[in-house]
Structures are given as structure tokens and as C-alpha cells.
Design a protein around this ligand. Sequence first.
Ligand SMILES: C[S@@+](CC[C@H](N)C(=O)[O-])C[C@H]1O[C@@H](n2cnc3c(N)ncnc32)[C@H](O)[C@@H]1O
Length: 234
Amino acid sequence: MASPLTYALLRSVAAIALICYFVLQARKPDGWFGRAFARAMNLGHGSLTDWGLKHVDIESGFKVLDIGCGGGATVHKIASITKDGRVYGIDIAEGSIAVSCQLNSQLIKEGRVVIQRASVSQLPFADDSFDLATAIETQYYWPDLPGDMREILRVLKPGGKLVVIAEMYKGGKYDWLKWPVMWFMRSSHLGVSDHRELFSAAGYGNIEIVEEKSKGWICAMATKPGLDPGAAKS
Ligand SMILES: C[S@@+](CC[C@H](N)C(=O)[O-])C[C@H]1O[C@@H](n2cnc3c(N)ncnc32)[C@H](O)[C@@H]1O
């Protein structure tokens, strides 16, 4: 018969395995648990997303791409703002796509929303397609961050904007607690100046970084040069 110490050890291993599984679902929500996780993220990321989207103009008729759309709440939100626009959501995870399609089923029928399984590294869209691209709580997991930023730039129209919204960043609130999680997930963990350099190196202009320090939120935005000759200089 196993000793109490063996039972305690087994319980600890099981608890750690469960926590690891839970944390890894954020990277790619799949299966039953992944779908539940995508629904939970729809609720959990609501305030952060609302705060971040306040910093961008979403005009009527805009064509918008939400990258790493998760459970589709942001797609739904943006579609309700840009009434005659069209919103595309892409994600690599089957669980995220299933929940996004379910949440946006009516808008998909109306032809105002399109949800597709795809990676940010290979966007299934023509050059110069979008007025706005959004990426909420997702860029940490992208496989080739500099290359993926250039891929987004490719599909943005000249003058189009990319907005990256996140609550995990170097120097943010509770970073001492968050960075080990990011390290465990092999995720990128950037600070304010790293965000600026990332946008700049990829060829974006008009770079703006806003922080909500009391919450530990960051919103990094920039445009694709082309419309305004001064745009690439910031
Ligand atoms: C933490 S969730 C955030 C989801 C959603 N944006 C939100 O705010 O609730 C991260 C999402 O990014 C997706 N993702 C990760 N790597 C990706 C990639 N290479 N291309 C597209 N999506 C990706 C994951 O599948 C997951 O749905």
C-alpha cells in the first residue's frame, strides 16, 4: 500500500499537470475544455478590449481583421460598431473557431462576419485588404513575431492601423507574477520600448503606445505608411 507521502506527491503532480494544461489552453484552445476556455476569455477580456478599442476610430464601412479571435467577442463587438462594415476573425485553434462561429452565427448569415481557421504567419487575404487589424491577448504566442508583424502589414491598406492590446507585458502591473507564466508558455514578453521597436522594425509608422498602469494594460498602435508621406517617421 502506498504511503501518505506518495499520495501527497501524486496529488501535487496531478495538480501541477492540471495547472499546466489550463495555462497551455490560452495558447491554443482546443477540445471541450478549450471551447469552455474561449467562452471564459470572452468574458474575462471584455474590459481590457473595451479600453483598448477606445483608442482607435472604427468607421462605418470599415473592413476589419481580428487576429487570434478566440471566442469571437471582439469580432462581435466591432461588427456592432461598424454597421456597414465587414469583420473577419482568424485563429489557429479549432476550439476558438467553434465558439467564434457560434457567437457570431447571425452576423455570419448576414454576411457581415467571416471566421476562418488560419495562422497570423500566413494570412489568407490579398495585399492592402483591411482598414484595421486588432490583436488582443494573442501576440505572445505567435511563432515569428517580427515576420508576423510584416504579414499583418501586408494585408493592411496604406493608412490602415494595427492595434495590439495586452495585459501581459514587461514592466506592467504584477509582472513578477506574470513573467514566470509567460516563460513557462515559451511566450514573448515585451516591454513598452520593445513594442515600439517591433512595430518600427516591421515598417509601421505613427507608433503610439498607451498604458493603463493601474490595471496593467497596454495598447500599442501604428499605421501602414503610404497615405501620408510623414507617416513612417515616428
Ligand atoms: C489568450 S487567447 C485570446 C483570444 C481573444 N483575442 C480574446 O481576447 O479573448 C489567444 C488566442 O490566440 C490564438 N493564436 C495563438 N497563436 C496563433 C497564431 N499563430 N495565429 C492565429 N491565432 C493564434 C489562440 O488560438 C487563442 O485563441
